[in-house]
Write a protein that binds this ligand. Structure first.
Ligand code: VGL
Length: 205
């Protein structure tokens, strides 16, 4: 019991692995689908360890300032209930995972997972607090937008943040955007990790 309460509590956050952000989608990210087998391994690991798993999705109304048609910078994508908004079919997560939605406010971009809520309207930060999470492992799409804003918010909220560098991919409107985003996240205190490191730590334990 004492050991348990002393253990730092971890959670996994899988950001926006949706059809529209994968190749062929409205805002298809080059290599977006290549991260999925890695994410599936992280998910299995967190599931086996009985640790919480959060999966976020962009869930926009048809009319939102986020889209270029209404003054934003992006083509229409991830409209609620559409095929493009569905999770990529190869992403495997257990039914216990918490699906978190964001981007429903037509006035906001809502890049960060910390602007997401679960089906009962509970915000991510509250859920993490209730679960006693102090370390968060973040992967998904896109390195230079939703992953970056989520990482920066997690750090601001006092969490220890690990970026899953084998499980992120960026939009790269400019070719260096993802590298710059990574540098910024690390500069703000995020740590980088990857699957093999997590598995070797597990074996050493
Ligand atoms: C995202 C661009 C526009 C993301 C969302 O998930 O990173 N990128 N909307």
């Amino acid at each position: 019991m004492l050991m348990n309460s002393l253990r730092l509590s971890k959670a996994l956050l899988v950001v926006d692995v949706q059809n529209d952000f994968c190749p062929g989608g409205a805002l298809g990210i080059s290599g977006g689908e290549r991260i999925i087998p890695f994410l599936n391994r992280y998910i299995k690991y967190f599931e086996r360890e009985n640790l919480p798993i959060f999966v976020t999705r962009d869930w926009h109304p048809k009319v939102t300032k986020h889209f270029e048609q209404f003054g934003g910078v992006w083509p229409e994508h991830c409209v609620e209930e559409s095929y493009g908004a569905q999770f990529h079919p190869e992403l495997e997560f257990p039914k216990e995972a918490l699906v978190m939605s964001k981007g429903m406010d037509p006035e906001e971009d809502s890049y960060s997972a910390f602007q997401s809520t679960d089906s009962s309207g509970m915000a991510l930060a509250n859920l993490l607090k209730n679960l006693g999470v102090s370390q968060i492992y973040i992967g998904g799409l896109a390195t230079d937008y939703c992953v970056k804003y989520s990482v920066l918010d997690a750090l601001r909220g006092g969490l220890e943040v690990f970026i899953l560098i084998d499980a992120i991919a960026g939009v790269n409107l400019q070719p260096e955007d993802s590298n710059a985003a990574l540098e910024e996240m690390v500069g703000c205190g995020a740590k980088k990790t990857f699957l093999r490191r997590i598995f070797s730590e597990m074996i050493a334990r």
